[in-house]
Design a binder for this molecule. Sequence first.
Ligand SMILES: Nc1ncnc2c1ncn2[C@@H]1O[C@H](COP(=O)(O)OP(=O)(O)OP(=O)(O)O)[C@@H](O)[C@H]1O
Length: 583
Amino acid sequence: MRIFRQLNWFFKEQWREYLGGVIALILVAICNVIPARVIGNVVDAISDHRVTSGWLAFWVGVMLIAAAAQYLLRFAWQRLIYGSSYVLERQLRGQLFAHYLNMDPTFYQKWRTGDLMAHATNDVEAVREVASYGILTLADSIITGGSMIIAMGMFVSWRLTLLTLIPLPLLVVLANRLGNKIHESYGKAQASFGDLNNKTQESVSGMRVLKSLGQEKADQEDFNRYVKRTFDANRRAYFWDALFNPATTLIMGLSYIIAIGVGGWMVIKQQLRVGQLVTMMTYLGELVWPLFAIGTLFNTLERGRASYDRISHLLNEKNHWQKPQSHLQISVPANLTVDVDQFGYEDSVEPVLHDIHFKVKPGEMVGIVGPTGGGKSTLMRLLIRDFDRYTGSIKLGKHDIREIAHDRYLANISYVPQTSFLFSTNIQDNLRFQDINAPLTQVQKSAQEAAIDKDIQQMPDQYETEVGQQGVSLSGGQQQRIAIGRALMKATPFLILDDPLSAVDAQTATTIEQNLRHHRDQSVIMVTSRLSTVQNADWVIVLNHGTIVQQGTPGELSQQPGWYQETLQLQKRHQQLEEDLNE
Ligand SMILES: Nc1ncnc2c1ncn2[C@@H]1O[C@H](COP(=O)(O)OP(=O)(O)OP(=O)(O)O)[C@@H](O)[C@H]1O
């Protein structure tokens, strides 16, 4: 019953609906008492030969009215109780999604997508069941069960009623014994379902790679293993469930035997009329549902409690961003001054970045280059505040960026990640994702700057062309340029690009670089693996093993022996070779 205490906040919010629902349930239970009593009366009247057509019509009328009232009352409680439970579902889903949006990358490194989806679907559903089916079964087992027992005692015989109720405490014992098993097995079934979700999500997202490597059969087998594990876990859960549910019927059967045996004997001894025995049996039949409800109630509450605990655990996870000073006002344009002494990921043995000092002035373009794994993307992630727990500082103007509210700081930055992500909508809406009402002229201007406008014009529906899930219908280079165009829609003081031109040819990359350089009033920080893209940058930084190993203007670096000079020469030779081959 702890789950009811946990959901107290919600029941307080919706108390009117639940009170109305329970009152309707009470009235249904009262109406439910009538038919059995009428049947008993009719049986006695028939055996006494005192049935008249008027008398019969009266009782048939009573039963019809009771049936009609029950219909209306059942409709009322369903609407009130089940309707409110969907409010709970909506609230929990909303809380979870808002929480997901508020979490930092550490959270997403810890939790797998499939688990997060399972929490937002299965677990929320299990909690909603508590607020609907749970409340119904609890109220019904008490109200209907109680009213049946009282009616049996009052209209038939208290002695016979008490005797027929003897087997029922067995049910409580059984519920206690099997409860833990049911709880445990449902937990495992949920976990397996989370794994299956992860597997499905990974296979669908990686379908192209999977097919290109000819791994369909192996993946199908792998998938089948997950399905089997989920199937087995669910089967075990239902095994315990299945043991429990028929037990309620068995215990009910015992009550029937007592009622028939003792009741029949009382009829013989003329302590009971036949009609009363018929009433008794009908009431006992009506007791099946409340007893069954007690059994299922236990499972519903256990599942709901486990799910609510999982949801609460997730909601209690805090992001690792430093608390900002709420009063801070930032004025831009301003310098971005990077002085990172040390940073490592949670599982890093050694620092991933150390001793990084440089400054980006308003309107400047800074190129970040270096060998793979040198720490370029990590540095960009600190600039966009994915992580706050480095030593040293990054300052915007005179303020440490960690003191500025997250959203207020990010409003100054447009960012293009290394792996472009497109939403499964059309090109126009992908480009104007930040401002869905932006006019087409503005969208086109950004697309021109990102050198994608010509490609779009040649597509069947131009800007209305659907890109498919994650942009599957576009080439890698087109996806990258749309991602750049999306960032260019926002006129921010800083533009951060994390090697977003890797799939774009050298000439187009240079065109984009020139557009960024000459048509926009932004500071640009560009990570690139192609040095020609930063040949016009104001400053270039070479990162290797997490620190700056060279820095200077592109001209200075090309004269200095080191990684930059070697790579530049190598890339120039490659380009020359390509041009020769194309001639
Ligand atoms: N989320 C992470 N958790 C733990 N370690 C990470 C994580 N991301 C990157 N690393 C490690 O940090 C180091 C720097 O990686 P980073 O991606 O910043 O390099 P990079 O210079 O951008 O490389 P590339 O040019 O290949 O993109 C690498 O050793 C990498 O394994």
